[in-house]
Design a protein around this ligand. Sequence first.
Ligand code: GAR
Length: 195
Amino acid sequence: KRRLAILISGRGSNMAALVEASSAVDCPYEVVLVASDKPAAAGLAWAADHGIATFAQSPKGLPKAEYEAAINAALREAGAEAIALAGYMRLLSDGFVARWRGRIVNIHPSLLPKYKGLDTHARALAAGDAVAGCSVHLVTEELDAGELLGQAEVPVLPDDTADTLSARVLEQEHRLYPETVARWLRGWSDGIPFS
Ligand code: GAR
């Protein structure tokens, strides 16, 4: 199985969906590490309760390069081959992305290329969109702009608020992310070399 690490910053519901899907015998990945920039992230406790190795490193007071070097060391020590960002709310540096080129995916709560960045649901509502959704994409240096690997749509309903829309999209995220990551990793023939 491919060795997948997951980076989170908070609740970790997408991380939990990835972990739960990994117990299927035909799942092409195992989750070898859950790491967070927020030591108090609820998802870290969930992962530890489920017997998964965890790592927390606050970036506070550290140069970005040092913070990322600590994360990178934990990833290498865990033998991670691929990284799934799951509500990891921090930009990775160009250097980090280059090291893991082609090996990092992210889930984003909009139908990219619409609504990169934050407040995606409020922006979809303000625009009067009839459909919303989520996207899984490869991570590149440019925010939320890498190759799309999968998307799921939901209707926007007349009484929606950002919260109700977000809950409807999140349900699809929990289905889309494990399915897309599994398909992506099955497509790695003999792996891709680290740069
Ligand atoms: C998810 O909706 C995810 O798509 C979004 O944050 C939420 C995290 O929830 N990610 C982004 O906005 C990335 N820019 P979770 O911690 O329960 O998975």
